[in-house]
Structure formats: C-alpha cells, structure tokens
Design a binder for this molecule. Structure first.
Ligand SMILES: Cc1ncc(COP(=O)(O)O)c(C=O)c1O
Length: 394
C-alpha cells in the first residue's frame, strides 16, 4: 500500500509540483536565517513585523506566568478565559461590529463559519480565487457551490439573480477574500454589498490579508471601501499582520451566538492559549498607537510594485503588500525562486494547485520593517535572475 504514496510523490516531482518544508532558524523578521545564512524575507505575511515585536513578546511571556500555558478545554466547556472575552470585545470595536468570536485559525474559522451558516438546501457563490479554506468550508457545508470568475460582478449578478428568481426563499451566501491572498487585489465590496441587498443574500468577507494592510488605521478592505457595518459576516486572522495566531468572526450579536451554538470547528476544539490571546490584544494596541506601520507597509509595497513593473514584470492588479510576479510555468517559477535564494532573497514560488495552471508566480510580500535598502537590494536580484532566465529581455 505504501507504494501509492511513492508513486504519487514521483509524479509530483516529474511535474515540478513536489513540495517540501523549509526550516527558518531564529525569529521571523525582515531577514531570516536559513541553513546558517541570512536571507531577505519576501515571503512572510508578517506584514507589520509584529511577530517579533518586543511588546507582543513581553505580554505573551507575562500571560504564561499569569495564566499558564493552555486554555484547558474548548470554548463551551471551560476554555473561555477572561482574555478571550476581552479580545472579542476589542475586535468588535476595532471592526465596528456588534460582536466578535475568536477561532483557532483562519482555516478553522472559514470552515466552521461557512458550514454553519449554510447547509444542504442552500447555495453559495464563491470567487474562483478564494482561499482554499473558503473552498473547503463551501464543500463541507454541502450547499450548492456556484463559482464565479474572479471579481466579475456581472457574471455574479447573472447567476445570483437567476437563483433568486427561481426560489427567493433559498438561503444565499456570497463569499470573497477582501484582499486576495495570491493576486493581492481587492474584491469590489461596494458592488457586492449592492448585490447582497438586491438579491437578499448574506455577504461574507475574509479579511485575512486586509487587516493591518489596507484601509484607514489598517482596519481592512471594508474600511478601505467605507462599507463597515454593511457586510453580514467578517472573518479575519490574527496570524498575519497581527503577528500571532488565530482568527475571528465578527458581525451581529445573533450571528455570533449562532456560531457559538453551531460552528463545529469552534465547539470541538481546545480554545487558544492565553499567551496567544494576549499577543493579539497587544497587536491591536500597537496597530492603533502606530498608524505609521500601515503607512510604511503601503509605501514599501508601492515602491516595490513600481520597481518590479519598471523591470518588465507583470504584477497583475495588486494594490496591497502582496505582489504576484508572474512567471507562467511551474518548473520555471521553482528555478526562479531557487536562484533568488542563492542570491539571498527568499521569495517562494506558488504553483498549481494553489494557483491555476500556467499562472505560476513568485509571491512577493513586503513588510513595514523592510528598509529601502533591503527592497532596492531585492530589485537588483530580481533583475539579475530575470535576465539569467530570459524573462527580462534587453
Ligand atoms: C485568505 C485567507 N483566508 C484564510 C487563511 C487561513 O488562515 P490561517 O493561516 O490563520 O489558518 C489564509 C491563510 O493562508 C488566507 O490567506
């Protein structure tokens, strides 16, 4: 039986799709150590440098001393600590929502929220580039899944209006990434809000990459578009710009109570430990006290976007610190990434099935803590490697 795995892995290797784990020594920062060598980190979601922020480290350590290492149980048994409640209130305020609920990870949140708010009789409309955790949530819900072309609001309206006409009482959910995790562009939220109102549908937005990177004060894609309070279900993560781990749902009090009663990934899993919750609280403090961090990551993204485009790279319609450097073939993108690493730049290749066939790319992410010198250095490396592989001509 074990031969099955071997054959599968050999097949992946032949297609240039084999994956393996890369070990980082030391802490997550703008530079990281790999096999004893310092490399510039252009792959992390630690957009604001919070993962190694002294304040987050300090409060995490204090929380361990004060409350211990674990939460002891799932949320509904006896794992809800005062800290969870404090963080949920704080998140609700930050997101201008009535209530919020902490989940153990973004994956668990998407799977748990979607499979709880819709079921077998319902229909979900999902952007073709939504994150895998949304895809899995849709599958688990057993609702009919209607995939619409990326950000194509005409196509979505055509589909949702026809479902609405057929059966107005059937529950409809539209779900999108606010900031798309691989293309770095934004979902057209005002238009989605209009469709939700017109066709009486629930709207869910995943702010995993929006929190801390876009919108006034880093309040995300909803704040960027001025549609706070108009989206029924907000989901976001604590492990990216907020530098820790975990995730949340936010919305009306009824929605949150409904999730507490029905969301299986919340109910059947040990609650996040106190240190993680404390670090999220400190991250929100830092974010609110230091708006310059958000400005800095946006400026760095603008600089990098401009410089990569000037070299002739296609970075699609990115408006965020996520910059997809389009390569095309999976094997070429792997070679590109390996050559970058030899030149001390860590920028990982994304290949199918993470991205559609023929759209392999190097996913570059910039951080607030990158200096201009860091970024200028990486642009030089992108030029050198691009020329060597014949991607940049002339
Ligand atoms: C858009 C999006 N949603 C959800 C997740 C999952 O979040 P987490 O890493 O906290 O499980 C990710 C993370 O990769 C993501 O990019």
């Amino acid at each position: 039986m074990l031969q099955i795995f071997k054959h599968h892995l050999e097949g992946l290797k032949e297609k240039g799709l084999y994956r393996s784990l890369r070990v980082i020594q030391g802490e997550q920062g703008p530079w990281v150590e790999i096999e004893g060598k310092q490399v510039l980190n252009l792959s992390s979601n630690n957009y604001l440098g919070m993962a190694s922020h002294p304040r987050l480290k300090e409060v995490s350590a204090y929380a361990i001393h004060r409350y211990g290492c674990g939460s002891g149980a799932s949320r509904l048994i006896c794992g809800t600590l005062e800290l969870h409640e404090t963080l949920e209130k704080r998140l609700a305020k930050f997101l201008k929502s009535e209530a919020a609920l902490v989940f153990n990870s973004g994956y668990a949140a998407n799977v748990g929220i979607i499979s709880s708010v819709i079921g077998k009789r319902d229909v979900v409309f999902s952007d073709e580039f939504n994150h895998a955790s949304i895809v899995d949530g849709c599958r688990l819900s057993r609702a009919e899944v209607v995939i619409f072309p990326h950000n194509d609001m005409n196509a979505l309206e055509e589909k949702i209006s026809s479902f609405y006409r057929q059966d107005p009482d059937r529950r409809r959910l539209m779900v999108v990434d606010g900031v798309f995790s691989v293309d770095g562009d934004l979902a057209p939220l005002p238009e989605l809000v209009r469709l939700a109102n017109t066709y009486d549908a629930l709207l869910m937005v995943d702010e995993a990459h929006g929190t801390g990177t876009v919108g006034p004060g880093g309040r995300g894609a909803l704040a960027h578009f001025g549609v706070e309070g108009k989206v029924h279900i907000i989901m976001g993560t604590l492990g990216k710009a907020l530098g820790g781990f975990g995730a949340f749902a936010a919305g009306s009090r009824e929605l949150i109570d409904y999730l507490i009663n029905t969301s299986r990934s919340l109910i059947f899993s040990t609650a996040l430990p106190p240190s993680v919750i404390s670090s999220a609280l400190a991250a929100l403090d830092v974010l609110e006290e230091t708006p310059s961090l958000v400005e800095r990551v946006q400026e760095n993204a603008g600089y990098m976007r401009e410089r990569l485009r000037r070299l002739g790279y296609d970075v699609l319609g990115s408006h965020t610190p996520i910059l997809p450097v389009m390569i095309g073939e999976a094997a070429l993108s792997m070679e590109f990434s390996e050559l970058l690493l030899k030149e001390e730049v860590l920028a990982v290749a994304l290949r199918p099935p993470t991205v559609p066939e023929g759209t392999a790319r190097i996913r570059v992410t910039v951080m607030a803590t990158h200096t201009r010198e860091d970024l200028a250095f990486s642009v030089g490396v992108f030029e050198k490697v691009g020329r060597r592989l014949g991607i940049i001509k002339g």
